[in-house]
Design a binder for this molecule. Sequence first.
Ligand SMILES: Cc1cc2nc3c(=O)[nH]c(=O)nc-3n(C[C@H](O)[C@H](O)[C@H](O)COP(=O)(O)OP(=O)(O)OC[C@H]3O[C@@H](n4cnc5c(N)ncnc54)[C@H](O)[C@@H]3O)c2cc1C
Length: 286
Amino acid sequence: MDVIIVGGGPSGIAAGIYAARANMSFVVIEKMYPGGKLAWIEKIENYPGFPDGIAGSDLAERFYRQATALNVNFVFQNVDRIEKVQEGFRVFSSSNFYEAKHIIVASGSVPKKLGIKGEETFLGKGVSYCAICDGAFFKNKRVAVVGEGKHVISEINYLKGLASVTWIKKPQSQSQDLEGVNIVNGVPVEITGERIVKGIIVQTEKGITTIEIDGIFIFAGFKPSFEFLPPEVALDQSGYIKTDSNLKSSVDGIYACGDIRSGSLKQIVSAVRDGAVAINEIRKNL
Ligand SMILES: Cc1cc2nc3c(=O)[nH]c(=O)nc-3n(C[C@H](O)[C@H](O)[C@H](O)COP(=O)(O)OP(=O)(O)OC[C@H]3O[C@@H](n4cnc5c(N)ncnc54)[C@H](O)[C@@H]3O)c2cc1C
């Protein structure tokens, strides 16, 4: 194979479209669903071609439809490990292995965890990192939102249309007047429940308090998805892949595209641009 594309988000799909049109032999390996983080976006207003905006899930569907119309081969498996072999690379997935001369890493980023007790136990049982994906499960219920920043405010505004929201924010962080939202200044220390989430224990300036909730949305930022990479691939201090201007990593034959790339703008438009650039570079080397 000419190239294995790891990740079927905007960057991996764009790479797939360009690879198909360049008549390359390749596969896109995606561990979840096509479109990556597009599924998390309620409305996209800054991607060219959609003057009225477009829902992230609709754009994902369009990307996928365009790719499959060009016979882009998607394999839905988790990439566990990449090894250097004589003729290129061997990529081990959950149930198979594949070999190619080049690798495009387009695995994006995943939400950071708080690392508190109960977070892992109740994952998918009341703990979520994506309001657009999971908000509907909490219709007319009580949810807590943890995190700070502009992005969190927009998630709260989305959730408060569905559920009763308590925002747990760091005492020193700036507050916002969010109508109908209960604000608690404090730090979450434990998520409690039985089979599903029942409450959150918060350390406030006045002491420990327990808030009864049915769900918790955690927005603590993102971290790169790079666990499967060979250790020789150079990363920046935050774990994003360092590349040159042609998107080549420190390992000959491995390219990085989209949000996983150090210095990326972390937008859809930059992710798709990277996919096209990397395929063009690989094409020149074939
Ligand atoms: C809430 C939110 C709102 C946003 N709003 C906008 C916006 O309005 N406009 C905009 O331009 N951008 C927006 N973004 C950013 C945009 O979503 C990203 O820049 C874009 O999705 C990056 O694409 P990507 O392909 O690099 O990575 P991702 O979208 O993260 O896709 C990576 C893919 O790789 C897969 N993957 C990871 N590890 C593996 C593995 N080991 N094996 C196989 N597959 C793997 C993942 O499952 C995923 O599908 C938003 C992001 C969020 C979270």
